[in-house]
Design a protein around this ligand. Structure first.
Ligand code: PRT
Ligand code: ZN
Length: 286
């Protein structure tokens, strides 16, 4: 029988779409909007198990799934020791402590003897223990941010991304307990055959992820400025320089990290670069 890898992803929630998109960008055909527990890819030896994110660590630990995609926060909270194979760069957020905005907050000792509402008791306890603070944890399963307003707690420990939920509930972020992003986890004892498929998958993940972090940059530059322009490019390799049909001009092509582009754009313009194009890259094999 053909060996297939079974990957657990979130059934519905913040990670589902991005997880499916990542697989799709890797050329893996995945049925959309499937309501069944398990779907099969037709063109890659992988089956997709759709679960609640909280169940993923256990499934991967027990080997019911070979791989899983979930937030690091959920993985650590679960207590299962499952290796992280790769950080996936999406669903970035942090687990933070927050208090009502009028509180005169002077430091983590503020929480001594206080009541904190959270859905992350394990991570919170570890953090408080490290800081030598003893507080009462009030574990609730949803809408943690309303707890202080209804007198249920003095503060909360919850996931923050933009901060707007805290803001609209009259709370302020005072401590960052951990930073999290989506990760790929793997069962500890995959067979040789499964590891081979995993390596193929990781090769594709790398190609897709480096592509999304980089852009293809094309521009026209006067010949006497070509060297200067090349000097300010943070490219991966030496750029391609091709003469244009217009006398005295060249085109420069290179790949640059997206976050570097805005740092050099003024420098390019000052050196006479024109017709600057920044083009998305679909796949990048280093
Ligand atoms: O049903 P299931 O158990 O599968 O899903 P879930 O409800 O447990 O999780 P879900 O889908 O809400 O989140 C899945 C994962 O996304 C989390 O475990 C985090 O790793 C990650 N993530 C990234 C977030 C956020 N950003 C986020 N903003 N998870 C939750 N939030 C919530 C937060 O709880 C708070 O209510 O959004 C609010 C804060 O957002 P801002 O932007 O207002 O700060
Ligand atoms: Zn969950």
């Amino acid at each position: 029988m053909e060996t297939r890898l079974r990957i657990a992803i979130q059934k519905s929630g913040r990670l589902s779409e991005k997880s499916i998109e990542l697989l799709r960008n890797c050329g893996i055909k995945v049925q959309k909007g499937s309501r069944s527990l398990i779907t099969q890819s037709k063109n890659f030896p992988i089956d997709i198990l759709h679960l609640r994110d909280d169940d993923i660590p256990q499934y991967v630990h027990d080997g019911t799934a070979d791989l899983g995609i979930l937030g690091e926060n959920v993985l650590i909270e679960s207590g299962f020791e499952v290796p992280t194979v790769k950080k996936l760069g999406f669903a970035k957020c942090r687990l933070s402590l927050a208090v009502p905005k009028h509180v005169d907050y002077s430091g983590v000792n503020y929480f001594e003897g206080k009541k904190i509402a959270t859905t992350y008791p394990v991570l919170l306890k570890k953090y408080l223990d490290e800081k030598g603070v003893s507080a009462t944890m009030h574990e609730i399963s949803g809408s943690v941010e309303i707890a202080p307003n209804i007198g249920l707690a003095d503060g909360i420990c919850d996931i923050v991304s933009t901060g707007s939920t805290l803001f609209s509930n009259g709370l302020k972020e005072v401590e960052k307990v951990m930073f999290s992003e989506a990760v790929l986890i793997s069962n500890n004892s995959l067979s040789e055959e499964k590891i081979e498929i995993l390596n193929k998958l990781l090769f594709r993940f790398d190609a897709v992820m480096s592509a999304s972090q980089n852009k293809y940059l094309v521009m026209n530059v006067p010949n006497d400025k070509v060297d200067e322009v090349i000097n300010i490019l943070p490219g991966m390799k030496s750029p391609t320089v091709v003469p244009l049909a217009t006398e005295g001009w060249s085109a420069i092509h290179t790949v640059i990290a997206e976050d570097k582009f805005w740092n050099i754009i003024d420098g390019l313009k000052e050196r006479g670069a024109s017709g600057i194009l920044v083009v998305p890259i679909q796949k990048m094999i280093m």
